[in-house]
Design a protein around this ligand. Structure first.
Ligand code: PMV
Length: 329
């Protein structure tokens, strides 16, 4: 009745930005990401306790945060076909800054989905886990498995064909590095789910974004298959720019970049002219993630620090969400 899972966040190389179904979290387009190690979230779920209780990073979860966790567990009960599992206790802890444009919710909901099913006595099933994780937070469906995962948008209105599949595992490209530059530790002003809704509803560029991003996914897959860092880096940057352009064109406009983000991007271009193979991507926050290789990660970290990074986290391709024998309570 109790299970604990460790999951890693992921960084989208081709971003997911916009839902066609808000309740089921079904995207307008497919996306592709890399799972990041050593960053992780660990979550313990236990069914059959006296009342529902949700603790996230040492705080009792309230409001929509608590509801999203409980809603996911309701789906676990439905999958188990067992309404008698009873109330659940959830304790979750991450080892990196939350809501700062890093996919902390991705790792959290992936860990919750895998732990929830295991605590309900269900066997491991990456498709079912990915669909469950998606109900918590879209990008979470890509953190159930490690390496490079592709979230296929799917066609069905019930979302049963909208889940992530692993294209290449972490061992496919061990020299790849993602260097997270923390320029700002604050919580972002506009959460991803609100930002993307604003873009879908008001940006005149939104339809173009969807068409372009969908077409980039197979290209990204090819670059990864060939371990072509330059081609992947260039694709990654243009996809990030296009996601942010869509949002800048929304009403009201949405700008996730701050002055330090822009400064770092200009600096990075200068470095590249001097032959350092480094590219960036940027989620819905001010903290860029630099894409490079093992031989250049020290240079990428130095670049981030020279541009005012408060903290730098060097990441390597991460593995699958895994069950742990040690519980958080
Ligand atoms: O899954 P959410 O609601 O956290 O949205 C994630 C959106 C981006 O991080 C900006 C892009 C992505 O694909 O992860």
């Amino acid at each position: 009745m109790k299970a604990t899972v460790l999951a890693h966040p992921n960084i989208a190389l081709v971003k997911y930005w916009g839902k066609r179904d808000d309740a089921l979290i079904l995207p307008h387009q497919s996306s592709l990401s890399l799972t990041l190690s050593p960053l992780s979230v660990t979550t313990t779920v236990e069914f059959g306790v006296p009342t529902d209780a949700v603790e996230l990073n040492g705080h009792v979860a309230k409001g929509s945060e608590r509801e999203r966790v409980l809603r996911l567990l309701e789906s676990v009960r439905a999958q188990a076909g067992d309404k008698s599992l009873g109330p659940a206790k959830v304790v979750s802890r991450g080892d990196f800054p939350m809501a700062a444009g890093l996919a902390s919710s991705a790792a959290g909901f992936a860990a919750l989905a895998v732990a929830g099913r295991a605590a309900a006595g269900l066997p491991r099933d990456t498709k079912a886990e990915s669909i469950l994780a998606r109900l918590g937070s879209g990008s979470a469906c890509r953190s159930v498995q490690g390496g490079f995962c592709e979230w296929q948008r799917g066609e069905r209105p019930d979302g049963d064909d909208s889940f992530a599949v692993q294209r290449f595992d972490a061992a496919h490209w061990p020299e790849l590095r993602m260097v997270v530059a923390i320029l700002d530790r604050g919580e972002k002003d506009v959460k991803s789910r609100d930002g993307m809704k604003q873009a879908v509803e008001t940006s005149p560029y939104y339809a173009a974004w969807v068409k372009d991003a969908e077409a980039e996914v197979p290209r990204a897959r090819e670059h990864i298959a060939r371990r072509d860092l330059q081609a992947l880096g260039e694709l990654c940057e243009r996809n990030a720019w296009r996601m942010h352009s869509t949002s800048l064109a929304a009403e009201p406009p949405l700008c996730y970049l701050n002055a330090a983000t822009v400064g770092l991007i200009h600096h990075l271009r200068e470095h590249r002219k001097k032959g350092v193979p480094v590219w960036f991507t940027l989620d819905a926050g001010p903290n860029p993630v630099l894409l490079t290789d093992a031989a250049n990660e020290v240079a990428a970290e130095a670049l981030a620090r020279a541009c005012g990074a408060l903290d730098v986290i060097r990441c390597v391709p991460g593995g699958d969400a895994t069950l742990k024998s040690e519980h958080l309570f």
